[in-house]
Design a protein around this ligand. Structure first.
Ligand code: GDP
Ligand code: MG
Ligand code: K
Length: 297
């Protein structure tokens, strides 16, 4: 018998509720993908959290957290449902008492998704001045779905994340760790560099588009003094490309500077960063784009 636990967790929720913020807070730099068990080959791994006696493997759930109408249709397909059935715990994240059609869609999906335990994460509680308003909202939600637990958190401030970890860990199956968490691979640094660029881009384009943007790392060369990185930002629309490039390239230059500074901090080396912007229709179906981000083997 093993005294460790290990399993798959999916975080779902409409765009902007705080999923990425939570992942960043929980995992920090540990987005390592080193060895891989056959159980996980069907999932893209988004991040791994290892403690002494448990390892939480966060599964990416494409088509569910992708948001936007097109993806919501996709979310209703069987693949998405079976992905949810396949994980050990689902976290459904919402933004305080804000409830939108996007949330409604995700809840409907969960109602069809078998008996995987679902934790309701009520995020951004730091935003709520009057905590009393939360209760009726939660009662209403609890009436529509039997959540295994309801956990108020602040992903941004790290509030109540110990409780969340505990709730996740106790629902994972007993077993050995799947991943050797010691080494940070090159791939994961690339992944994080891509995420940094993406974050800066999303900040420029506004919060409606985060899932229409992806970033590919095309080149990563560790020279003696400087790491040379080239990345392509893939957007869906011509207008987005125009905004990103800006007047005489001013916007993309600014994005590049901000991203470079963060990447330098991450890898503790001088970085030379070249950014390109391309229009890419239907990128979310493009396995290649996802693979270059390190989601896949
Ligand atoms: P995602 O689209 O679900 O991945 O959401 P993000 O993680 O990108 O977060 C969307 C926005 O909400 C960002 O501006 C975050 O800084 C903000 N945010 C996330 N978590 C919290 C939180 O706990 N409190 C507050 N006040 N803001 C948060
Ligand atoms: Mg996100
Ligand atoms: K993702």
């Amino acid at each position: 018998m093993s005294d460790t636990r290990c399993g798959l967790v999916a975080i779902v929720g409409r765009p902007n509720v705080g999923k990425s913020t939570l992942m960043n807070h929980l995992i920090g730099q540990k987005v390592s993908i080193t060895s891989r068990k056959p159980q996980t080959t069907r999932h893209r791994i988004h991040g791994i959290l290892s403690r002494n006696d448990y390892q939480i493997v966060f599964a990416d759930t494409p088509g569910i957290h992708a948001g936007q109408e097109r993806a919501l249709n996709r979310a209703m397909n069987d693949a998405a449902l079976s992905a949810l059935n396949d994980v050990d715990v689902i976290c459904f994240m919402v933004d305080g008492i804000k409830w939108t059609e996007g949330d409604e869609h995700v809840l409907k999906l969960l109602q069809r998704a078998g008996d995987t335990p679902v934790l309701l994460l009520v995020n951004k509680v730091d935003n709520l001045e009057d905590k009393q308003v939360l209760l009726p909202h939660l009662q209403d939600l609890a009436g529509r779905f039997s959540f295994a637990e309801i956990i108020p958190v602040s992903a941004l401030r790290g509030h109540n994340l110990e409780a969340l970890e505990k709730a996740l860990a106790e629902r994972l199956p007993e077993g050995e760790f799947w991943f050797d968490d010691e080494q940070l691979t090159d791939r994961s640094l690339r992944f994080m560099a891509a995420e940094i660029v993406r974050e800066k881009v999303v900040r420029q384009l506004g919060q409606e588009v985060p899932h229409q943007i992806t970033v590919e790392i095309d080149l990563w060369e560790d020279g003696p003094k400087v790491t040379d990185i080239a990345a392509t930002i893939l957007v869906e629309r011509r207008g987005q490309k125009k905004i990103l490039i800006g007047d005489q390239g001013a916007r993309i230059k600014q994005i590049g500077t901000q991203a470079r500074q963060d990447i330098e901090r991450l890898i503790e080396r001088k970085v030379m960063l070249n950014l390109w912007v391309k229009i890419k229709a239907g990128w979310s179906d493009d396995e290649r784009a996802l693979r270059s981000l390190g989601y896949d083997q």
